[in-house]
Write a protein that binds this ligand. Structure first.
Ligand code: S3P
Length: 168
């Protein structure tokens, strides 16, 4: 049985990388945000609007508990998921964790070009986004760095690079 968690900041490519990795290892891929949206019949933005970030974090924690029982999966977690409650302990106890450690440069570049709605960074200018990433990433790395595998990058990762790092 195999369960792999991809963790990392918004824009680190958890979904893209996760789909490729799942395919290479013959596992299913599940995106935690998609799972939350389906289970709650609301988009992430609607959940933030209705119950705020605190409410969202509780819903996210419940989703993590549910997903931590899925087998033979690659789970792309939400960017904040490992950094609240004892979620990172749950992740570490129930699977192999892989931190996609993008530089602030590549994260901001991707997030500026992304069409995905992300309530935490909505409406930010490029300058504001860079400042926000630098501030929050420093805090979040305390959790992210606890991952079993850390993949540092400043370019688009190939499926091969990821696979090598994960199975090494
Ligand atoms: C968040 C990241 C998002 C989503 C929510 C909050 C965060 O997921 O869970 O908007 O706190 O970093 P992605 O990392 O998939 O964008």
């Amino acid at each position: 049985m195999m369960r792999i968690y991809l963790i990392g900041y918004m824009g680190s490519g958890k979904s893209t990388v996760g789909k490729g990795l799942a395919k290479s290892l013959n596992l299913s891929f599940i995106d935690m945000d998609d799972y939350i949206e389906e289970r709650n019949m609301r988009t992430i933005s609607q959940i933030f609007e209705e119950v705020g970030e605190d409410g969202f974090r509780k819903i996210e924690r419940k989703a993590l508990f549910e997903l931590s029982e899925f087998e033979d999966v690659v789970i792309g977690t939400g960017g904040g998921a490992p950094c609240f409650f004892d979620n990172m302990d749950v992740i570490k106890k129930t699977g192999k964790s892989v931190y996609l450690k993008g530089t602030p440069r590549i994260l901001s570049e991707r997030l500026m070009n992304s069409k995905v709605e992300r309530p935490l960074i909505k409406g930010k200018s490029e300058q504001e986004l860079v400042a926000f990433i630098n501030e929050t990433l420093t805090k979040r790395e305390y959790w992210y760095n606890q991952a079993d595998v850390v993949i540092e990058f400043d370019h688009d990762l190939s499926d091969d690079e990821v696979l090598k790092a994960v199975v090494s």
